[in-house]
Write a protein that binds this ligand. Structure first.
Ligand code: ADP
Ligand code: AMP
Length: 210
């Protein structure tokens, strides 16, 4: 299978859905946000450069992102394609991607702006397996224990606060949403209503991928 792109605003549910369809697609999730957070935590040169953009809710420069992706898709688990989550986010990133690998489906998860702030401000993830939860909409079944791996430590992202979310949404509308038209013109763009129950969205994505 070729690669898949999960497209949509921050908090649309890309990571949540990626984790749920990973088994069906057999493709690894490649999240540029996760890769950047790992680089920040490790204190690499890329992490140090990226952090100021991430803290401000702005996009990290294209050349930094494209270098990360070029490196990642050399890994052996990427030989049959990957599931991109949060990449590409600009036209130059999409152009670079088209030179690196084939994309068969772009799954656009649509969620209105007014939902995004509440989604992002309630997000938390398992510190061990990175499963994604929400205080109200998708909490763990047993308080303090990850449904997926049983661990008991959870994290919240530094940029998941109301101020930064507005900048991130602005970046999405200005720099990322023009990509929709770019992919529509290629006939591989599938729009999914992301303002519904998580299971319903998963079913629609799997149908779109058939
Ligand atoms: P993204 O990867 O697009 O930034 P996430 O998958 O991390 O988004 O989801 C953002 C937040 O919204 C998380 O807290 C997640 O649990 C929650 N969420 C995801 N999908 C839904 C949904 N369909 N309805 C309500 N909340 C959702
Ligand atoms: P995410 O985890 O996808 O919400 O991304 C968190 C932050 O990382 C964003 O607000 C950007 O600062 C940065 N980032 C992630 N992916 C990209 C990308 N493809 N292009 C530019 N910046 C990115």
């Amino acid at each position: 299978m070729d690669s898949i792109v999960l497209f949509g605003p921050p908090g649309a549910g890309k990571g949540t859905q990626a984790q749920r369809i990973m088994e069906s697609t057999g493709l690894p999730q490649v999240s540029t946000g996760d890769m950047l957070r790992a680089a920040v935590a490790a204190g690499t040169a890329t992490g140090i450069e990226a952090k100021r953009y991430m803290d401000a809710g702005q996009l990290v420069p294209d050349e930094v992102i494209i270098a990360l992706i070029k490196d990642r898709i050399q890994d052996s688990d990427a030989s049959n394609g990957v599931m991109f989550d949060g990449f590409p986010r600009t036209i130059p990133q999409a152009e670079a991607l088209s030179e690196i690998t084939e994309v068969s489906h772009v799954i656009a998860i649509e969620v209105p702006d007014e939902r995004i702030v509440e989604r992002i401000c309630g997000r938390y993830t398992c510190g061990s397996c990175s499963a994604v939860y929400h205080d109200t909409f998708n909490p763990v079944s047993v308080e303090g224990i990850c449904d997926n791996c049983g661990a008991g430590e959870f994290k919240r992202r530094a940029d998941d606060n109301a101020d930064t979310v507005l900048s991130r949404l602005g970046a999405y509308h200005d720099q990322t949403s023009p990509l929709a038209q770019w992919y529509e013109s290629k006939g591989i763009f599938h729009v999914i209503d992301g303002d519904r129950a998580i299971d319903e969205i998963t079913n629609d994505i799997l149908s779109a991928l058939k």
